[in-house]
Design a protein around this ligand. Structure first.
Ligand code: NAI
Ligand code: MG
Length: 363
């Protein structure tokens, strides 16, 4: 059998800096755990624009379709802010998501005990928190037609359409049920069926799939506004949450801040299964290119390292190795190793990016 493959697109700003640490970890798995991953690297975002005049070269796109997983750093930065919309760095990212049809965006919100003080909530509300939010990523109000700004009765009207087909709901719901099964077997489906027809259909489809194919998973339903309240009132009541594109965008950011720093947050975007049965997949830290700290060795590499851990789990069937890597990050934090973003101002000298990577490898 051939080795699992990974396409690394480090991108801009701190993307390449945090990716150096992931490369060290990939090498460690190769030499110490007999897990060899065939890595190729290419350009995305501003870096690709500088070389090719486009934020994602067609050859890169084609290669992304063939590998077992893509790991992306971050794109964008002030140097590219004035570019035409069609070649902006973000377009490279959106093209990958769209053409790979990555419809299920997984955003874990997990609170490492050592960082519970960083939460915007009281420590006891978040210690041990472990939520997985599954956001539908390729449909809903960000894509629905009609959309645009139109003239009507002498004034302008801005229109977006919240639109979901049964099959779009079906596939993201199944991804979420499968995930819930691997976790605490509880799924909360979130919409606003009280005021939106798309929500009524969403609830019907999810309920039917649950009854027919996942009777072992405990299914509940919640309105999105209540879910926002419950996330800040008692977040530990949730295990897996599935919701649409717009609500998922907001609720996943809300849940993320329960856990502390942007520098700790990974994500995965999954599509339909490939021939090997694994979904098409792209993994990326939630943070951006952080131009304010780029080039200074200050970036926390953990979000990207934990994104690679998700690749181990969901693309390479190496759940035990994913656990090993996540436990190493947890140990490093418990030992008090901190990049600057994980410290109160004026505290002891922070670890730099490579010291953090080295500490994870040592752990
Ligand atoms: P950002 O996530 O890059 O930075 C927000 C703040 O968090 C900054 O103060 C930054 O220093 C800090 N931060 C972020 N990641 C960190 C890490 N790993 N370690 C330590 N501190 C970290 O978001 P911002 O400033 O809104 O956007 C900057 C650029 O990144 C823009 O060009 C934006 O378009 C792009 N961006 C790209 C994303 C992506 O590639 N997925 C996502 C978000 C923004
Ligand atoms: Mg967002």
């Amino acid at each position: 059998m051939s080795n699992p493959s990974l396409l690394i697109l480090a991108g801009d700003g701190i993307g390449p800096e945090v990716m150096v640490e992931v490369r060290k970890i990939i090498d460690w798995f190769g030499s110490k755990r007999d897990l060899t991953i065939d890595v190729t690297e290419d350009l995305v975002g501003g870096a690709a624009y500088d070389k090719h005049g486009t934020p994602l070269h067609d050859d890169t796109m084609a290669h992304a379709q063939e590998v077992d997983a893509v790991l992306l750093g971050a794109v964008g930065g002030p140097a590219y802010d004035d570019l035409d919309f069609s070649v902006k760095p973000e377009r490279g990212l959106l093209r990958l998501r769209k053409e790979m049809d990555l419809f299920a965006n997984l955003r874990p919100a997990q609170c490492f005990d050592a960082l519970a003080d960083f939460s915007s909530l009281k420590k006891e509300l978040v210690a041990g928190l472990d939520i997985m939010i599954v956001r539908e990523l390729t449909s809903g109000s960000y894509f629905g037609e009609p959309r645009g700004i139109f003239e009507e009765n002498g004034e302008r009207v801005g229109i977006n359409t919240q639109r979901y087909t049964e099959s779009e709901i079906d596939r993201v719901a199944r991804s979420a049920f499968e995930l819930a099964r691997k976790r605490d077997n509880r799924l909360c489906s979130v919409e606003k069926a009280n005021v939106m027809e798309s929500g009524i259909l969403w609830r019907e489809v999810v309920t039917k799939i649950g009854a027919e194919d996942y009777p072992d998973v405990e299914l509940s339903h919640m309105y999105a506004d209540n879910c926002a309240m419950q996330l800040v009132r008692n977040p530990k009541q949730f295990d897996t949450i599935v919701t649409d594109n717009l609500f998922g965008d907001i609720l996943s950011d809300c849940a993320a801040m329960l856990t502390g720093s942007l520098g700790m947050l990974p994500s995965a975007s999954l599509g339909v299964p490939m021939e090997n049965g694994k979904p098409k997949a792209m993994y990326e830290p939630v943070h951006g290119s952080a131009p304010d700290i780029a080039g200074q060795g200050k970036a926390n590499p953990c979000a990207c390292i934990l994104s690679f851990a998700m690749a181990l789990r969901y693309s390479y069937d190496e759940g035990a190795e994913a656990d090993r890597l996540e436990a190493a990050v947890e140990k490093v934090l418990a030992d008090g190793v901190r990049t600057a973003d994980l410290m109160q101002a004026g505290a002891a000298k922070p670890a730099n990016t490579s010291e953090m990577g080295d500490a994870v490898i040592a752990a």
